[in-house]
Structure formats: structure tokens, C-alpha cells
Design a protein around this ligand. Structure first.
Ligand code: DAK
Length: 259
């Protein structure tokens, strides 16, 4: 996959999708949003890929939406920009395989929202996150107001969003916004170790588990348990379930095919 503002590398069932506009701290312009949607759709359809890792080139993960592009937008252009963003973020969020954010530096505004749209977030101890939108006269528009509150609680989300302040990875971890903070030079190794562990598991089971966990936020308990029961039953229609349990009985490592 060839892109202008993204680099996609694939190895051993894991794809690394890297934002690559380091001179603009990987800010999200329209072109990048269009490429992100295309890359996300292609990785979703690629059966050889079990896990997707999202990261940034240089000192930033993503420093937000591109302020230079947004500054002079007309209302109609603003709507088009918003639609491109929503399509790109939906592709990431609805990926039928786990997506891990490896936050290597600044993840601000729309950049932090990219990370929050991922399933799991590991961050470098040098990373800085936050929502500077209110300092620009707007507020988070790619899911930040919703996802931050769900992870950190209402009061912490409001403090972060209303103030527009930037916080370090350790503080973000304390707030429940990150899964793990690791020394900068160990970030990719830690993320790849986790991705490898997930990639070795039954892909269909992981996909259904993601669906169940995601829907736990919108379904009531009875509906959620009904979905879990249905998806649990579906696992028994797969070769992977037979392989996983046969391998356990035969005391060997399972080899899953995603069938
Ligand atoms: N956009 C465009 N360019 C950016 C940028 C950004 N968000 N962030 C950095 N850059 C550019 C800088 O302009 C600079 O370019 P040159 O001057 O070299 O040409 C280059 O990247 C390096 O940046 P700095 O020189 O500023 O680097 P520093 O290390 O000194 O500072 C910084 C790093 C991250 C603290 C600083 O660059 C900064 O404050 N950047 C802006 C961060 C920010 O405010 N991000 C939030 C953007 S607003 C929407 C939904 C969502 C959104 C919008 C619409 N709809 C639904 C319609 C989202 C909005 C946002 O994300």
C-alpha cells in the first residue's frame, strides 16, 4: 500500500500504520484523512492481518487536525472536512480486528482522538496528550467528548477538555486514559509483544470479543449477555474452536486459521 502521508508495513500478521507528515507533526489534513480511510478499509479486508498498530513518525503521534487547513474553511468546506474525518475514524473504530495505538509523542486534539478510537493505547513516557481545541475556539469533534468521559469519568474529562491543557503520559495513565506507559525506547517492542500475543489467538474469537466489549457500553446488561451468548455459540461453528480445544487436549500449541 503506497500513500503520501502514511506508511503501512506488514509482518507476521501485524500491520504498522504510521502517520508520516513529521514536518507538520503528523497533523491530519484532508489528504491524510482520505488515506487513513483507504488504509483502514484495506487492512480490514486483509485476512493475513490479525492486529493493526497505529503510530507516528518523528516526535509526534499526531498533533491534531491540520490547523493551517482548517483556519480559513467555509461552512461547506468545514462540513466536507468533518465528513472525511468521521469516515476515517469510523474505519479505524469499526475495524474487525484489534487496533493498538503506540503513542510515541504529542497526541493532541484530533490526534488524541485517533488514539482513543483504537482498542488499546500504549504510550511512551515522553508522550503528551490533551485537547487544545478550546484554546482554538472549538471543542473535540472526533469523539473526544464521548470517549474521554467513558474512560476517565465526567469530572476528569471536563477538566481536560475545558482547560485545553496538555498532560504527560503518567498523568493520563492515572486518569485511566492509557493502558500502559513504557520507557520511550521500549514502546514499539512492548506494543509488538502485545500485538504478537493477540495475533496468535483465534482471530474470529478476538473479533467477536471486540464486538461484545464495544457494545457493552450501549446495550443494557440483558441485551449484552444475549449478544455474548450468541457470539459465544458462533465460536463453536469455527475450525479455530475445534483446533484450540484439540490442541489443549493434545498438549500442543494451537494453529489458528481464522476459519
Ligand atoms: N496543524 C498544523 N500544523 C501543525 C500542527 C497542527 N495541529 N501542530 C504542529 N504543526 C506544525 C507547526 O506549525 C510547525 O510548522 P512550521 O512552523 O515548522 O512550518 C511544525 O508542525 C512543528 O511544530 P512546532 O514548531 O510548534 O513544534 P513544537 O515542538 O515547538 O511544539 C506542539 C509542539 C505540539 C506543542 C505545537 O506544535 C502545537 O501546539 N501544535 C498544535 C496542537 C493543537 O492545537 N492541536 C489541536 C488541533 S485542533 C473536527 C473534528 C475534530 C477536529 C477538527 C474538526 N470536525 C468534526 C469538523 C480536531 C481539531 C484539532 O485537533
Amino acid at each position: 500500500m503506497e500513500f503520501k502521508n502514511l506508511i503501512v508495513d506488514k509482518k507476521d500478521g501485524i500491520a504498522i500504520l504510521k502517520f508520516n507528515r513529521p514536518k507538520a507533526l503528523n497533523a491530519l489534513n484532508s489528504e491524510t484523512l482520505i488515506e487513513l480511510k483507504a488504509a483502514g478499509e484495506a487492512l480490514n479486508a486483509d485476512k493475513t492481518i490479525k492486529v493493526v498498530v497505529v503510530t507516528g513518525e518523528g516526535k509526534a503521534f499526531v498533533a491534531g487536525a491540520d490547523i493551517l487547513e482548517m483556519k480559513d474553511l467555509t461552512a461547506l468546506e468545514g462540513m466536507a472536512f468533518s465528513a472525511r474525518g468521521h469516515e476515517a475514524f469510523a474505519t479505524l473504530e469499526n475495524m474487525e480486528k484489534p487496533v493498538i495505538a503506540a503513542v510515541n509523542g504529542f497526541a493532541l486534539g484530533g490526534g488524541f482522538e485517533v488514539a482513543l478510537a483504537c482498542d488499546i493505547i500504549y504510550a511512551s513516557d515522553r508522550a503528551k496528550v490533551g485537547f487544545p481545541e478550546t484554546t482554538l475556539g472549538i471543542h473535540p469533534g472526533f469523539g473526544g467528548t464521548q470517549r474521554t468521559a467513558k474512560l476517565a469519568g465526567l469530572a476528569k474529562a471536563k477538566e481536560l477538555i475545558f482547560s485545553g491543557k496538555t498532560i504527560g503520559a503518567a498523568e493520563a495513565y492515572e486518569m485511566g486514559l492509557l493502558n500502559k506507559v513504557v520507557p520511550d525506547d521500549q514502546l514499539m517492542a512492548s506494543v509488538m509483544a502485545l500485538a504478537g500475543k493477540i495475533a496468535a489467538n483465534g482471530p474470529f474469537a478476538v473479533r467477536l470479543a471486540k464486538e461484545c466489549v464495544n457494545k457493552s457500553l450501549s446495550l443494557d446488561n440483558k441485551e449484552g449477555l444475549a449478544l455474548e451468548a450468541k457470539d459465544f455459540g458462533l465460536c463453536f461453528a469455527t475450525k479455530d474452536q475445534k483446533e484450540g480445544m484439540t490442541a489443549f487436549v493434545e498438549k500442543r500449541k494451537a494453529t489458528f486459521t481464522g476459519e
